[in-house]
Design a protein around this ligand. Structure first.
Ligand SMILES: [Zn+2]
Length: 505
């Protein structure tokens, strides 16, 4: 966008030349892109571009002079204030509801990178004028944005951006210790965001993914941790609970039946892809043509829902035991096998445990109506039962660890629900647990309290407002991926939210 403006997708802006026009142009771009898509608008390079324009205006060492007054107006704003005003403009604009999306706001994701990811993803990157991105200033800006956003969320319910911190791991710990410590510090300060860990710095880099014949290292979870301009062009979801029970009714081995269904799903996805190609040939997909989305880097995704419920039906205990591991590997292995089989030069498939905000409820309802065994009104989006009080925090990381997620090429997210915030040292230890267990994508979820009487927002999970002592309080929680008021989720999701077990350490 910094190099193209938005004329290529029907807008009237030429390329931005300064910080102000960048921020304005960025907001317009997110709205334009979102109006053409139903999914998320991921802009992992947002801060990198912003950093470039700040440097152009205040010098490469601006972050060392953040207290310097640079404004001749009566406000006498410092560099730091100019920057946080830009954050405010962009974040508040994007969190506005939009008419074309049922008055929901657009779904916006950003990413932060540790030094190693930065070097791997952007080491060779050049801005249109030939400049390189600078790590020291970008690192400062990333941290400044996180600190600002965490504080701003005490003033206002701000759902977006969904943030992902990408950390490289080595020998059972994060490699960039500074960023590991900072990540733990932000969690301890009550900030809510995702962390992505991998021992392969190329895993987020989609150009590397294209170079490799195999996609094992690929990762493009629809919630956000994707690399640059990747994602899913279509998600079709299999309801495993129904498939397993139907197979049993028909007297077919469930493995065989799942394979048949997944095979059919691939054929439907290929048909969809042909349609997309035809639309593109006719010039109907300006986002693809203009390079905002690279069609060659987009996956056709096989989504998974009802996995835990299908295992329960088969009498398998849902915890880290060999029978459950084998079941998960068998089922997801079938999907991966077919994903490889159907892969061709122009088509890539992946498999994802989808968040299923609505589908999880619908599948349960439809299955119940058709007489199938339905253990809960909303199917899980995790490898464990969300209401299970016997699993501790480490168990949950293990159940989203390498044994369970290895065939999920599109990812899954562990939402680790906690009753109260942990200390920096405890979060830092959990980063090691994640690295050792191979749990590559996770967040911690501690419900924030919002007072319905006076509007106070508190990062803790409280029964009464700390300011006016009213007990008329609501909670902000990350039910599925993004934070929102519990009362704004669907009725069945609210029931599910109430049943969740928030662990204590
Ligand atoms: Zn209050």
């Amino acid at each position: 966008m910094a190099s193209w403006g938005n004329r290529s997708i029907g807008g009237n802006a030429t390329q931005p030349t300064n910080l102000k026009s960048f921020c304005g142009g960025f907001i317009n771009m997110v709205f334009m892109v979102s109006s053409m898509l139903s999914g998320a608008c991921a802009t992992p390079e947002f801060l990198m571009y912003m950093n470039y324009f700040i440097e152009k205006e205040y010098g490469e060492d601006y972050y060392k002079r953040a207290d310097e007054v640079v404004d001749l107006s009566l406000k006498k704003r410092t560099i730091d204030k100019v920057i946080t005003d830009c954050f405010q403009q962009v974040v508040y604009s994007i969190n506005q509801p939009t008419g074309a999306r049922n008055f929901q706001s657009v779904f916006w994701n950003i990413s932060y990178y540790d030094r190693y990811y930065f070097e791997s993803l952007f080491g060779e990157f050049r801005f249109p004028d030939g400049e390189k991105p600078h790590w020291e200033s970008l690192s400062w800006l990333q941290k400044r944005f996180m600190k600002w956003f965490n504080q701003e969320r005490l003033r206002c319910v701000l759902t977006f951006p969904v943030e992902t911190m990408a950390l490289l791991t080595e020998n059972g710990d994060v490699k960039d210790k500074e960023y590991g410590d900072f990540t733990a510090e932000m969690y301890a300060e009550g900030h809510s965001f995702f962390t992505y860990v991998s021992d392969n710095a190329d895993s987020l880099s989609s150009c590397c993914r294209l170079r490799n014949a195999i996609t094992d290292n690929g990762f493009s979870y629809t919630l956000g941790a994707g690399g640059v301009s990747t994602g899913s062009k279509s998600v079709l979801t299999i309801n495993l609970n129904r498939c397993v029970q139907y197979a049993q009714r028909m007297g077919i081995p469930y493995q065989k039946y799942i394979e048949d269904v997944v095979d059919l799903m691939h054929k439907v996805q290929l048909a969809y892809n042909e349609n997309l190609k035809e639309l593109q040939e006719k010039g109907m997909l300006p986002l693809f043509d203009s390079g905002y989305i690279n069609i060659g880097r987009q996956y056709l995704t096989i989504g998974v829902n009802g996995l835990v419920e299908s295992a329960e039906f088969l009498g398998i205990e849902i915890n880290d035991n060999p029978r459950y591991t084998e079941y998960v590997q068998t089922v997801l292995g079938i999907i991966e096998k077919l994903n490889r089989k159907y892969r061709s030069k122009g088509v890539m498939f992946n498999c994802e445990m989808i968040p299923a905000e609505n589908v999880g409820v619908k599948n349960a309802k439809w299955d119940k109506e058709d007489g199938y065994a339905v253990p809960r009104d909303c199917y899980n989006s995790y490898f464990y039962k969300v209401e299970d009080t016997t699993l501790n925090v480490i168990d949950r990381f293990r159940l989203h660890g390498v044994k369970y997620i290895e065939h999920l090429t599109g990812g899954s997210a562990l939402h680790c629900n906690l009753e109260e915030h942990l200390s920096k040292a405890q979060y830092r230890q959990l980063l090691r647990v994640a690295a050792q267990e191979g749990c590559n994508y996770f967040t911690f979820n501690i419900p924030n309290t919002i007072c319905n009487e006076c509007g106070t927002i508190d990062k803790r999970y409280l029964k009464e407002c700390p300011h006016c002592h009213s007990t008329n309080v609501d909670y902000l929680t990350r039910i599925i991926g993004y934070m929102k008021r519990v009362s704004n989720f669907s009725a069945a999701r609210q029931v599910e939210a109430a049943k969740r077990y928030y662990a204590t350490m």
